[in-house]
Design a binder for this molecule. Sequence first.
Ligand SMILES: Nc1ncnc2c1ncn2[C@@H]1O[C@H](COP(=O)(O)OP(=O)(O)O)[C@@H](O)[C@H]1O
Ligand SMILES: [Mg+2]
Length: 245
Amino acid sequence: MISVKTTQLTKKFGSFTAVDAVDLEVYKGEIFGFLGANGAGKSTMIRMLCGLLMPSSGEALIDGLDIYKESELIKKRIGYMSQKFSLYNDLTVAENIEFYGGVYSLDKKLIRSKKEEIAVSLNLKEEMKRLTRDVPVGLKQRLALACAMLHDPKIIFLDEPTSGVDPKVRKDFWNIIYDLSEHGKTVFVTTHFMEEAEYCHRLSIMQDGRIIALDSPENMKAIHNEKTIQDVFIKLIKRQNNDEI
Ligand SMILES: Nc1ncnc2c1ncn2[C@@H]1O[C@H](COP(=O)(O)OP(=O)(O)O)[C@@H](O)[C@H]1O
Ligand SMILES: [Mg+2]
């Protein structure tokens, strides 16, 4: 089953093309990685898929729904965690959950049970009344993910969810991503960490708005005869730059 399908999806800012005719398919339950340097177009791509940014041209279907015509329905089926954690620092942890529950139109009873569920699963009973700014960054990140998933979406878009956190916290966060995937959720994740790219089921490498490679990390390494994704990445970027000269 296809969760995300794009056809020639393009975003221009004036005469500059940030996302350039991208074709891809992401399958249900898959962890699909978007790897690229700063400015490659990763966030722009995610923003279009979440309905936050209008494409310049091309098509995209999210869970079979058209991003131009069915964006309201799409919002109910997706979760989005932005590059900068999307929690309010000056609200308490509990208030953040209540706020996001309201955004997703959950009723009071459901919000209460979600709060309890999150308190248990993240082991943060003590922290519920604390201001979010005072909560450790790893916990804050998991809380941001929990808030983005209060409405139990099928597809989760994570835009560099692990930037600014240490390797241990990153690894813990990836365990959550695996868990989501095992429960049938589709995870679309951007990163510029090479080791994280290895954790994805399939990976696309983006440069200057274009997908320059798309495959499983294992296949990519085999095809390019390299030991790590970092080596594949360097090789592809070099080749691309030489082609352009
Ligand atoms: N609203 C905007 N207006 C003009 N240029 C933008 C806008 N948003 C992003 N860009 C440009 O598009 C390119 C891709 O940006 P972005 O998608 O944020 O890249 P990434 O997330 O891969 O770092 C960058 O050159 C960026 O400066
Ligand atoms: Mg970005």
